[in-house]
Design a protein around this ligand. Sequence first.
Ligand code: DAH
Length: 362
Amino acid sequence: MTDLDAIRSDLLADIAGAADAAAIEAIRVRALGKQGQVTGLLKTLGGMTPDQRQAEGPRIHALREAVTAAIAERKAAIEAAALDGRLAAERLDMGLPVASAPQGSVHPVSQVMDELAEIFADLGFAVATGPEIEDDWHNFTALNIPETHPARAMHDTFYFDRTDDAGRKMLLRTHTSPVQIRTMASQKPPIRIIAPGRTYRSDSDATHTPMFHQVEGLVIDRGIHMGHLKWTLETFVKAYFERDDIVLRLRPSYFPFTEPSAEVDVGYTRDKSGRRVIGGAEPEGWMELLGSGMVHPPGIAACGLDPQEWQGFAFGCGIDRLAMLKYGMDDLRAFFDGDLRWLRHYGFAALDVPTLSGGVGA
Ligand code: DAH
């Protein structure tokens, strides 16, 4: 009897004093393993008389249970302490500034695309996309651009050798306008979308690169007229350039897929050093900003919509040009050189908030 009590208190004391997982495991093996002390006691039950067994059995089993429970409890406590230790030692300070790691920046084109999506989202426009590898039907024919149009010439457009399954010539889209066609053919009006993306032309000088960016806008709804076009563009331009005193000038123009069509200019004034600044109630001159117009009714009909019921306006604008006008770069080619010094100068921090949500025109 005293033996069992002594064994129990020795083991429980050892368990309580075990400092780590290895120590507790050693005690477990010593007590409960195959050759263990408690296991040995359990084995003696087999050689006892029934009376002895009845007396000793419950006590030995109780000892085993007490030791098993004490080990489990101590083990859990050791593990919890180890975890606490790790949590304290490995704590990540999220507020720690990144002192030396190289930081990337957001390219001005991406920044402007974010700003456009934000500004137009507030006006109820969704963002639509289309393929950069287009066919000549979506890029030209469906937009009423005739076979003889110079934009279709080999030296203006990048064509692929192969045609698509319908026998259409494949090309790199020369503008985002084919997204108008794809959207009208696949969505039910009312439609309000902008389509920002890459476009390609066989061009290269200080203001033209073979790859550049445009944003297309398209609204199709009932009773849409030029007033909606003008208001939307004015609201957009004021939000984008972050000033309210901007004057727009709509100049009659021609695009095969809009009728009437208008080139939109934005008024500029000059600052003290003579630099042109977009805006000013009394413009000193005009800068061309984008092309626009009322969607040509036959184009609406070709997309399966009744032009008597549905009207719309559209516009197309160079994103790189928007960036240059707002942020002051003067050579478009630098946008795509991948020069880190340029990116560090003109790039944006990852968390810079696009214009509107920053509180424009309040
Ligand atoms: N796609 C024309 C271009 O690249 C721009 C344009 C003009 C788009 C008028 C339009 C528009 O949607 O209505 O020159």
